[in-house]
Design a protein. Sequence first.
Length: 225
Amino acid sequence: MGLTAIFAYPMQNPNDTFRHKGMRKELVAFLRTKGIIDEAVLTAIDNIPRHLFMDGAFLEFAYQDKAFPIAAGQTISQPFTVAFQTQLLHIKKGDKVLEIGTGSGYQTAVLCELGAKVFTIERQRPLFLKSQQILKELGYMPKQFYGDGYIGQPNFAPFDKIIVTAGAPFIPPKLVEQLKPGGILIIPVGENVQTMIEIRKNTDGTTTQTEYGEFRFVPLLEDKQ
Ligand code: SAH
């Protein structure tokens, strides 16, 4: 009988406590007040233990709406930014999604949770390795690549959606090439401050661009190191 009780909750993660879950509910409520209306995105954020993607020193802050340092001088994006970019992608189950800048892997988890087939690229080796570990531990199965996001992932193209999670000085042409007709690319463009840009590829191959306000990201770097 005791065993039955244990097997009744196979997905419980001992590192994700009721306290964390409570803080997540508050974060979700806050994101609603900031204009996130996509229920699937809010549910994904409610489900994913963001604190497990962060270094121990910042666990207490995991459910504040803030960006925080991760390894290699990078940051885990602010929850609002993750929610905002994801909402703009309009993910449908089974969408092939390319993410540039795996970082902590948190945004990757959100995309997986929404039922996307995720391909994600990171240029910092420690982050590539660390994110692989936590994503696997939580049961997500993205395809992860160590490399340069400017090149995209031609072997697996075209993609339904592409998301860039670092500030790009310009729109990398290869990413637009690797987008399906009807596909959406969400990318923050700019040097110190970035404008969130949505690029839709029309069925005739032309693109339509829409701007969605200002954000701050770590830079999308062009050369290794
Ligand atoms: N989505 C991440 C955000 C991390 S910050 C998260 O939720 O944690 C942006 C990431 O982009 C950093 O990890 C940085 O190393 C990576 N990056 C920067 N330039 C890159 C490039 N040219 N190719 C791939 N990744 C890059």
